[in-house]
Design a protein around this ligand. Structure first.
Ligand code: GLU
Length: 321
């Protein structure tokens, strides 16, 4: 059975871009008779307020995007993430990194102009090179392994995962075949921040696996982070053979071609609700923008189900007037 998920990092009322993502992921899972689960990605203690998550849930309910089961809150799952981090420590796949941002910037090659930061492995222990065969995870940690792992993770250092220097191929459900070399694309990436906050990549992979998620629909800005997750899932969950179906969608942009964000007040759901817009109006409008309907008309998510197909959705970003 398909189990899709919506995994927002709440920052207040939803904006049209979040609603678009939620609608497509809901339609994709439900049109296959599947389930749609909600995960609140409130990992960053500075930015994630409970009231924002409650507003987001209120928005989803108002829109008619009902989720199955209880929402999962990442802020309550630190113990689970720590267990898996310890597992990675005993597999010798992680290490502490003491580089400052300035140190990392100083190692960037001049051609890397797309804003990506590639970590060159400055702190990677010399005797550790990543073999293409991944060591098996331990069934349970012995007391000495446990204390070794605890020492590593108690340090006030960024923790990075060693990545292999090989291509990770995958087929995106909407953008087709992709292949990324993690060493070239991002290098050893962060799985726990220096201040102890869990990094997005670690938490997402663990949660998707433990929640039985097998379909991930999200904005195409996250397309190239999928191989990081595919790799980490293989490392942490070698016994789960079912691959996750990644499906990325085009982004909504404003008239200047920039991705919609919270600053575009008129695209904020709180504002739209105050202006008297109805849920069906907004859903119908987005369905039309997506290409699901030929004309914009008021519709509930349920009413769109028989019309939905990924073939109708464009791959180009979509401008919102
Ligand atoms: N929490 C992420 C965000 O709001 C999305 C994560 C995901 O769908 O993988 O951007």
């Amino acid at each position: 059975m398909t189990r899709g998920r919506f995994a927002p990092s709440p920052t207040g009322r939803m904006h049209l871009g979040n609603v678009f993502c939620a609608l497509l992921s809901w339609l994709s899972a439900k049109s296959k008779g599947g389930e749609w689960v909600l995960r609140i990605e409130d990992l960053d203690p500075q930015r994630s307020k409970r009231e924002y998550a409650l507003q987001l849930m209120d928005d989803l309910q108002w829109l008619g995007l009902a989720w199955d089961g209880d929402p999962v809150w990442q802020s309550q799952r630190g113990d689970i993430y720590e267990q898996y981090l310890k597992q990675l420590a005993t597999m010798q796949m992680i290490y502490p990194c003491y580089c400052t941002r300035a140190d990392i910037m100083a190692t960037q090659a001049p051609h890397e102009t797309d804003g990506r930061i590639v970590y060159k492995g400055t702190c990677r222990p010399e005797h550790h090179s990543v073999q293409s065969s991944i060591p098996s995870p331990p069934d349970s940690l012995s007391p000495s392994e446990n204390s070794l792992a605890s020492t590593l993770i108690s340090q006030a250092a960024t923790i990075r995962l060693m990545v292999p220097d090989e291509n990770i191929p995958f087929v995106d459900g909407h953008y087709g075949e992709q292949s990324i070399n993690l060493t070239e694309h991002c290098g050893d990436y962060i799985i726990r921040r220096k201040d102890g906050a869990w990094a997005y990549q670690l938490a997402v992979v663990i949660d998707d696996a433990l929640m039985g998620v097998n379909e991930i629909v999200r904005g195409r800005d996250l397309l190239l982070s999928s191989p990081q997750q595919i790799h980490l899932r293989k490392v942490l969950f070698p016994n789960i053979h079912e691959a996750v179906n990644f499906i990325h969608h085009p982004l909504l942009c404003n008239m200047q071609g920039q991705r919609l964000c919270k600053r575009d007040k008129s695209m904020d759901l709180g504002f739209m609700r105050q202006e008297g817009k109805t849920a069906k109006e907004i859903i119908g409008y987005l369905a039309h923008l997506a290409g699901i309907t030929e004309k914009a008309y008021d519709a509930s998510p349920q009413e769109l189900l028989p019309l939905f197909s990924w073939h109708k959705i464009s791959r180009e970003d979509i401008q919102v007037e």
